[in-house]
Ligand binder design. Structure first.
Ligand code: HEM
Length: 301
């Protein structure tokens, strides 16, 4: 399999910067290609040395970079009904900086932003961190059902022979939590919202698993094929404003559409994920994260 950007698979980083940039309207393709290539080249030395840098692009930006579109790549569209809708905020360039040193990540994030100045504006910046033993701020372990070891690449990467091979389709969403009402529920009820036990993350038995639990709504199958994702979300925020920066990598973009339809009640059964009563998505973006080779092909010789 062609080589992916390694930072996608580096797990356990304590500090994360999620940076979403919007291209300026006036940017000519030649300047865009030249400046993005120069930014990638300038950061190449830093990548993997304590700091991991993962690049991804919107469908529109990838096209403007004059690159072939992987099958299914498209902008994020809102999904849901009324106030229970996942909104779209499609931006152009996504950079995920992570590692154990917050200081090094900060320096790198500042540098990326400087390198993109003049072609793109930083529109969203979210700082993520690891809470306890990889728990979401609700207190539940996040990532239990994630694929492990070799299985991660199979789930996350576009297979060989296809356009974009070794790259990945990415979904990012900033979810803002309403922790007070969630924590007001008895623990057994919280477990019904998630579909797993709180202490040990054991999946609830079928007899007691509600159809609107998060596990029920996100464990989607299509013709018997589990719609697996490789999730890399982490919590963000402080006392006043906090939640989860949801981030996932997949070999197929449609998997996100299917899972979000199931979570937001737009599938035939009309059931909505109860997690949406306690957390609200504020943003939604689809990205293409090219393989390492394809990323470096943007760098001028
Ligand atoms: C507030 C937002 C969210 C929170 C707090 C959250 C938290 C969790 C937790 C605690 C689990 C159970 C443990 C695990 O297997 O990791 C889980 C499972 C999962 N979540 Fe989420 N999640 C959120 C949003 C999403 C979104 C937006 C998606 C997809 C678009 C998603 C996809 C999944 C999947 C695929 C699983 C594994 C299901 C299974 O096969 O058992 N989650 N999530």
């Amino acid at each position: 399999m062609s080589n992916p950007q390694p930072g996608i698979f580096v797990e356990g980083s304590r500090s994360h910067f999620f940076l979403e940039y919007q291209l300026l309207d006036t940017v000519a393709p030649a300047l865009l290609q030249q400046q993005v290539g120069a930014a990638i080249a300038a950061l190449r030395q830093r990548d993997g040395r304590g700091v991991n840098i993962v690049w991804a692009f919107s469908a529109d930006c990838w096209q403007r970079l004059d690159k072939p579109q992987p099958a299914g790549l498209k902008p994020f569209q809102p999904i849901g009904q009324g106030d229970k809708t996942a909104p779209a905020s499609q931006r152009s360039i996504f950079v995920w900086v992570h590692g154990d040193s917050h200081s090094d990540n900060f320096d790198t994030a500042l540098r990326v932003t400087g390198l993109l100045e003049g072609i793109a504006r930083l529109e969203l910046e979210v700082n993520g961190f690891v809470y306890k033993d990889s728990r979401d701020l609700t207190g539940f372990i996040d990532g239990t059902e994630n694929p492990k070891e070799q299985g991660r690449q199979k789930v996350a990467l576009i297979p060989d022979g296809e356009i974009g091979a070794g790259g990945s389709f990415v979904l990012s969403q900033q979810w803002q939590h309403q922790l007070k009402p969630f924590h007001a529920l008895p623990e057994a009820e919280q477990e019904k919202v998630i579909g797993r036990t709180k202490a040990d993350s054991i999946e609830l038995d079928d007899e007691v698993m509600p159809e609107d639990s998060h596990v029920s709504r996100s464990d989607v199958k299509l013709d018997g094929v589990a719609q697996k994702l490789y999730r890399r979300s982490v919590p963000y925020g402080g006392v006043r404003d906090h939640g989860l920066y949801f981030l996932a990598f997949s070999c197929e973009l449609e998997r996100y559409d299917r899972i979000l339809a199931s979570m937001f009640g737009t599938t035939d059964d009309g059931v909505r994920d109860r997690i949406t009563d306690f957390s609200t998505p504020l943003t939604g973006n689809y990205w293409f994260s090219p393989s390492r080779d394809e990323l470096y092909s943007l760098v001028a010789d």
